[in-house]
Design a protein around this ligand. Sequence first.
Ligand SMILES: [Zn+2]
Length: 84
Amino acid sequence: MTDFPNINDTNYFTNRTLDNEKGEPTGKIVMWRIRGEEEFHYILKCPFCGHDQEKKELFPRKPYRPRCEKCNKSILIAKLKKKK
Ligand SMILES: [Zn+2]
């Protein structure tokens, strides 16, 4: 498994749980982009089918939606809710 990068070398980094259709946190994703690179790198556990995948992919614009290669569902990386 890939080591996570030093956060200082990235211009994007997220690590969060992903909910399935029932709102249960059955998946997770760690995604980052190294400074100077165009592709994002992510390690995903699909919340819908449990499939693990690791991939490099270009996401031209937000919101980022990686797609599970097994169940073919697109997975929305929603904006984080702001804490009050
Ligand atoms: Zn899936």
